[in-house]
Structure formats: C-alpha cells, structure tokens
Ligand binder design. Structure first.
Ligand code: NDP
Length: 402
C-alpha cells in the first residue's frame, strides 16, 4: 500500500473546539491517509457531537475519548490505548509542552497550531518548544510547530516566495483581515482568552536585527485587501515572526498587521480599563477568580459563531526583495468565505482556515513528504506540496507580482 493510502494509520486529535471540529471533519474527508481517527478532549460530549455530525454528513465513524491534556500520565494512558502515528494538538497553547513530552515518551509525531503559553504569563515564544529538539531526535520523531494559518500558511507563503520569486527577501508584512460579521456586539473568533491575551499585549516588530516594542495598537496602517477593500490594520506581535527571522535569508524587517472593527476595539479598551482582561487571580466574595477566565465564560463560544457569521477573511504576506539584482514585490494571499466554510464543515472561517492547514501538515507527515527528526517550523520544509494541498483542500491562494 502506498504511503498516501494507508488505512492502517491511526490519528489522534486533541481538542474539540472550533478548530478541533474542522480538523476532525477534514481528516475524515482524507481518511485514506488518516486511517482510524480518534477525537479526544476534556469534555467528551463535545467530541461526541462532532463525531455525530461527521457520521451524518460524511457517513464516516470516528472514535471519541476524554483526556486531561495537562496531565502527562493521562495522555500516555490514552496514547498506549490508541497507539496513534500522529497527535494533532488543537487544544490550547497551555497544553503544548505536556502533549509534546507525552509524544516523545511514546515515540509519536506531534503537530500544533499555536506556540506554548504559560497560563500565568501573557507571553508566547518558541523557546521551550525548540528546547525539546534533542528529545524528539532521540525519540526518532518530529514535532511540526504552528501548522495553522498564522502561524502556519503564512510561514509556508514566505518559504514559497523565497523558493520561487526571490534571491533575497528584505521585508515581509503579514496581513490578517477578518471582515466577518457574527452580529454580536463583542465576541472572539477563536478561544477568547488566547485571543484577548494576544491582542491586548504590547506590539512588536523586528528591524535590522532587533525587536522594536510598541504600545498595544499604537501603529495603524490602512491596507487594501482583495475581495474585501481597505481596512484599518494594527501592528501586533505574532509568533511566526520569531521563526521567520531565523529562516528567511537577507530579511531586514518583518511586521504583522491585523484588522479590528471599531466595536471590537472599543469593547476591548473598556474591558481593559475595568480590569476584565487581568490574568492574575483576584478574590470575589471569598472565591478566587481570574477576570479573563470569567470574561471568557460570559462571551459566546467561538464554536457557536459559525452559523451566524457572514463575510470573508483574507490572510497573506507582502514580501519585497531582490531577484537577479532587481527589486520586486510579491503578494500571496488566501480569501475564505465564512458561510462557505460553515456549509462544508459547520465552522466559521477562522476555525476553518486554522483547521485545514493542521490537517494538511499532518497529512504530509503521514505521507512522509515532510519527514525529519526533531522540532521544526513550517518554513523549514519544501513549501510546494503544502501549497498544492491548500489548492485542493479548500484554501485556494493567489500570487500578485509587482
Ligand atoms: P476552543 O477554546 O474552541 O477549543 C479548545 C478545546 O481544547 C476545547 O475543546 C477544550 O475543552 C480543549 N481543552 C482545553 N484544555 C484542555 C485540557 N487540559 N485537556 C483536554 N482538552 C482541553 O479553541 P479553538 O478551537 O478556537 O482553538 C484551538 C487552538 O487553535 C488554540 O490553541 C488556538 O490558539 C489555535 N489557533 C491557531 C490559529 C492559527 O492560525 N495558527 C488561529 C486560531 C486558533 P473544553 O471544551 O472542555 O473546554
């Protein structure tokens, strides 16, 4: 049997939120590669609902299980029972290290979509995941970090630009626009806690070999997004920049911009002013609560936004550099439509654009098209097979050369 048609494979997905739903659907649609699929999460009923929807829509059965991914022994028990070839981690960034450690102890390949964050510090970096490189090499397995859209596809777009369009890339702007409307005055499109921690943090970009810090939302630039139009976009720190500065030749500056609606920004400022974005425990009527966690409980579950979200997303990279001594600019981008995503897999566009690349990364590992030992970021592999899969798996992209 060929490597891309292996029904003996076993795939374990951890996390049954908006992204986990898309990964489970897309793996089931590619079951020739993924073989027997298990979806495990903290709340079993969420896994069962997804499995039921997949059975109804695709006539494919997937298994479900409950797991506490904060506990290495709990993970190992599940891994020994299922014996997966790969673990796709789409729980929260807090679980990255425990799942990575359980994978190396059991000799299993690992993939995630967001870098490790400590629950008590609103700081995300690859340090602790990269430090596990030796551990993965010794276990003869690999970890693919950040296989979502951004990070993920944006890293692959940069590698593709480098491979096919440039001798040297001097500047990269990563542009993330979500022009979707869910009808709520305030809601986040993915896990509220992770989203609000990211957005309320100080901005940062990299220029001439050093990081430059900005106040949150200090730098705004209007970008024109194909199929959407001009949008005010704010400079944020985003994790893919940390690996891209290591791997893209000749880079002098890299920045990340994301669009926000006026209502979102006003709500966020107000919540911040009253202390609702705090991540340290406070006492309330004799009980300890974390304000940000309490806020996340009040906000709509991102997984429930799917059926009410309309509009499009456009995420891409704008690269400038040299080819044969001449200056050139290349813009590579992908547009998704929230309603089309929902019609296909019952999730809105942000979960879709994250879950599809997670499935593609895992598919390339199982097919041994991306195969190595150690810990890797997306741009370290040949971008071509990934770019081909994007075209056929629901995320077609375009290139504009100037
Ligand atoms: P959700 O909050 O919707 O889902 C997270 C899931 O993880 C829930 O099912 C939750 O279980 C489960 N979970 C949380 N803690 C544990 C635990 N200790 N053990 C087992 N399961 C646990 O998040 P999303 O689906 O929106 O996001 C998933 C991931 O995708 C996040 O890491 C996010 O940062 C990342 N992401 C990446 C993007 C990219 O482009 N790279 C973009 C968007 C998201 P329960 O239901 O019980 O709470």
């Amino acid at each position: 049997m060929s490597k891309d048609n292996n029904l003996n494979n076993k795939t374990l997905i951890i996390g049954a939120g908006g992204v986990g739903n898309v990964v489970a659907f897309k793996c089931a649609m590619n079951s020739k590669t993924f073989g027997e699929i298990t979806l495990a999460s903290r709340t079993l009923s969420k896994c069962d609902t997804i499995a039921k929807n997949i059975k109804e829509r695709l006539s494919i059965s997937i298994q479900t299980a409950s797991v506490d991914a904060d506990s290495i022994p709990n993970l190992i028990t599940l891994f020994e029972e299922i014996k997966p070839n790969i673990v796709i981690n789409v729980a929260l960034p807090y679980q990255d290290l425990t799942i990575m450690d359980a994978c190396t102890q059991c000799g299993i390949d690992y993939l995630d979509t967001a870098n490790y964050e400590h629950p008590d510090t609103a700081k995300f970096e690859y340090k602790e995941q990269w430090e596990r490189n030796k551990q993965f090499k010794e276990a003869n397995t690999m970890a693919l970090l950040g296989s979502g859209f951004d990070p993920g596809v944006t890293n692959v777009f940069c590698a593709y630009a480098m491979k096919h369009y440039f001798d040297e890339i001097h500047t990269i702007d990563i542009l993330d626009c979500n022009a979707g409307d869910h009808g709520y005055p305030f809601a986040t499109n993915f896990n509220p806690e992770i989203n609000l921690r990211e957005v309320s943090a100080k901005g940062r970009y990299w220029e001439n070999g050093k990081w430059i810090e900005t106040e949150p939302m200090e730098i705004m630039q209007v970008w024109d997004y194909p199929e959407i139009g001009e949008k005010e976009s704010y400079l944020l720190y985003h994790e893919e920049m940390e690996s891209l500065i290591k791997h893209i030749k000749g880079l002098k500056r890299i920045r990340f911009f994301m669009t926000f609606g006026e209502s979102y920004l006003t709500h966020m400022k107000c919540l911040e002013n009253v202390g609702m974005l705090g991540i340290k425990e406070i006492e309330h009527k004799g009980q300890k609560i974390v304000p940000m966690e309490f806020l996340a409980t009040l906000l709509p579950d991102p997984a429930s936004l799917g059926e009410r979200t309309t509009g499009k997303t456009n995420i891409g990279i704008y690269a400038k550099g040299l080819k044969n001594g001449k200056e050139k600019t290349v813009y590579i981008y992908q547009v998704s439509d929230h309603e089309k995503c929902y019609a296909e897999v019952l999730s809105q566009g942000v979960s879709y654009t994250t879950g599809v690349p997670a499935m593609i990364g895992a598919k390339l590992i199982l097919e041994e098209k991306w195969k190595a030992e150690g810990v890797f970021n997306m741009e370290e592999f040949d971008p071509d097979p990934f770019m081909e899969e994007l075209m056929s798996q629901g995320l077609p992209w375009r290139v504009e050369e100037k």
